[in-house]
Design a protein. Structure first.
Length: 171
């Protein structure tokens, strides 16, 4: 036990210093403010994995962490498309998910927004169209905003959500 304490005293603290504020911090704050100004109410999102590798899902889940705090803005993920204002769709649409995605879109009440996330959702990525894949999301349902990247960072997904809401308000 004493040897361990001596080693700890000799070694000292090895952690790195806390990161300083960056341009991303101010961008996140500005997007948060814009979302609150535009929405004035809650935005509910139904996330649909249409056949992705789950890279985009990891970045979408990061939106819920304390750094991005999307829940604090009144933006919530829901389990039913009947309660959703927006569909967040990832991956190239596999043939097995084509009908499910269409039904999810039809079950979402008007006015509905669709955001395609990731290179696969926007352009079908490396998968293209084949016997197993319908390709991009827009081949199956109408898409309002595309967020490219493999996977896109959470800040870009947040910008895509804001862009879809803005487009809906203006259009």
């Amino acid at each position: 036990m004493w040897q361990i304490l001596k080693q700890i005293a000799r070694t000292g603290i090895l952690t790195e210093p806390a990161p300083q504020g960056s341009a991303d911090d101010t961008a996140i704050e500005r997007i948060h403010k814009d979302l609150l100004d535009i929405l004035g109410r809650a935005l509910t999102i139904r996330q649909v994995d249409a056949g992705s590798c789950n890279g985009c899902e990891l970045e979408i889940h990061a939106l819920g962490n304390p750094y991005y705090n999307i829940e604090g803005l009144g933006v919530r993920f829901v389990a039913s498309p009947r309660h959703a204002d927006m569909l967040l769709v990832t991956g190239p649409v596999s043939r097995h998910m084509e009908e499910a995605l269409r039904r999810t879109y039809e079950a979402t009440p008007e006015p509905k927004l669709v955001v395609a996330v990731g290179d696969c959702g926007c352009t079908s990525g490396i998968f293209g169209e084949s016997y197993a894949s319908c390709g991009r999301v827009s081949n199956v349902i109408p898409v309002d905003v595309s967020v490219p990247g493999c996977p896109p960072p959470p800040i870009d997904i947040l910008r895509g959500i804001l862009g879809a809401v803005l487009r809906d308000r203006v259009g």
